[in-house]
Design a protein around this ligand. Structure first.
Ligand code: SAH
Length: 340
């Protein structure tokens, strides 16, 4: 049985048509679920009993649970237990411009990035759409504040769970659903080229972020297993096409790893790779974890790297660090739980 929170509105309309009802019922259901946040069908007073019964017979309503919450000033990190007792994480970050949530898209990850804690634990399964939608609903309920932006940057590779992630985006973006503007939704990928090509043909105006993390092919292959399949030059070409086609600026994520990818020559190489493209580089201070050898670059090194990119006319920002006190490196909370 499908979970009700996995249903994009158009699919819900098809369901109502298939049982001989008007399709606007889907809007009413959306209003109950996402505006009134009323999961109890019995209370859906504008839908008659007979149809409520059909809804109950056809859809599952169960939700995951938040079982642990770690907080510091600007960050809250949640461990979420799924109905089969698997765990994922979500993180809430308070910015001056509003609250953003980082959601997970898979249980574990198979992309094999050497520096990443989430990928130490291999993929067990994809998240269903409702398991992503519920990360937002549960956090809003617990936190009792609205979320103004969503980044799909938690555990997992979203483009390796393409259909469910796209449905998730449709639901949170739907004006009758959670109604988050597409410009407030960011999908981050390690670079699965065929899926980036699919994405550029969808009429969704979301932000795309690419985890590049290296300035040349050899280095990227050492750091990111995915580069053996889709190399850095093919990836850059795909990003160019994406920008041409969508007219949207792409974010290039570059995690700063001490003495690995943070030297002057890397900055120059990176600037050459990205020359003339409508991108901006987001330098990410590495979040160290106990299990992996990588160290974060010194602040001064990050500043030098930043300056070199600037001098070479590349737009660049340094990502503000969140939650380094509370195991915020994605995957840390889950791997603690799994090890217990
Ligand atoms: N699989 C997707 C999204 C999840 S990872 C992707 O690769 O983009 C989200 C981002 O966090 C990626 O850029 C990833 O490389 C980065 N990341 C992973 N571990 C990190 C750590 N310990 N510190 C800082 N960034 C990290």
């Amino acid at each position: 049985m499908k979970n009700i929170y996995s249903m994009p509105r158009l699919e819900l309309e098809d369901f109502f048509l298939s049982i001989g009802e008007k399709k606007f019922k889907a809007i009413q259901v959306y209003e109950w679920l996402y505006q009134h946040r009323e999961p109890n069908v019995e209370n859906w007073s504008n839908i008659k009993k007979e149809i409520r019964e059909k809804i109950k017979q056809n859809f599952d309503f169960c939700m995951p649970k938040i079982i642990k919450r770690e907080t510091d000033e600007l960050t809250e990190k949640y461990l979420i237990e799924l109905n089969d007792k698997e765990h994922v994480e979500a993180v809430l970050m308070r910015h001056d411009y509003g609250n953003s949530v980082c959601v997970s898209s898979q249980v574990g990850c198979n992309m094999g990035c050497a520096f990443c804690e989430s990928g130490r634990l291999k993929k067990i399964r994809n998240l269903e759409t409702y398991e992503m939608v519920c990360q937002i609903l549960l956090i809003e309920e617990l936190f009792s504040e609205r979320i103004s932006s969503v980044v799909i940057m938690g555990i997992g590779e979203p483009l390796d769970n393409y259909d469910n992630v796209i449905n998730f985006i449709k639901i949170i973006n739907d004006a009758k659903g959670i109604s988050l503007g597409a410009r407030h939704i960011t999908l981050s990928t390690c670079g699965l080229i065929p899926k980036i090509q699919e994405l550029m043909n969808l009429p969704l105006q979301i932000n795309l972020a690419i985890s590049l993390h290296a300035s040349n092919n050899d280095l990227r292959t050492k750091l990111m297993g995915v580069n053996k399949m889709y190399n850095i030059h093919a990836l850059i070409d795909t990003i160019r096409t994406y920008i041409d086609k969508t007219n949207r600026r792409v974010t290039i994520e570059y995690v700063m790893l001490k003495k690995i990818n943070d030297e002057e020559k890397n900055a120059i190489e990176l600037a050459n790779l990205l020359k003339g493209m409508n991108v901006y580089v987001n330098l990410i201070p590495y979040n160290e974890t106990n299990h992996l050898e990588f160290k974060k670059s010194d602040k001064s090194q990050i500043m030098k790297f930043y300056d070199t990119l600037k001098k070479n006319k590349i737009n660049v920002t340094i990502r503000k660090e969140f939650g380094s006190k509370i195991s915020a490196a994605c995957g840390q909370l889950r791997s603690k739980e799994v090890e217990k």
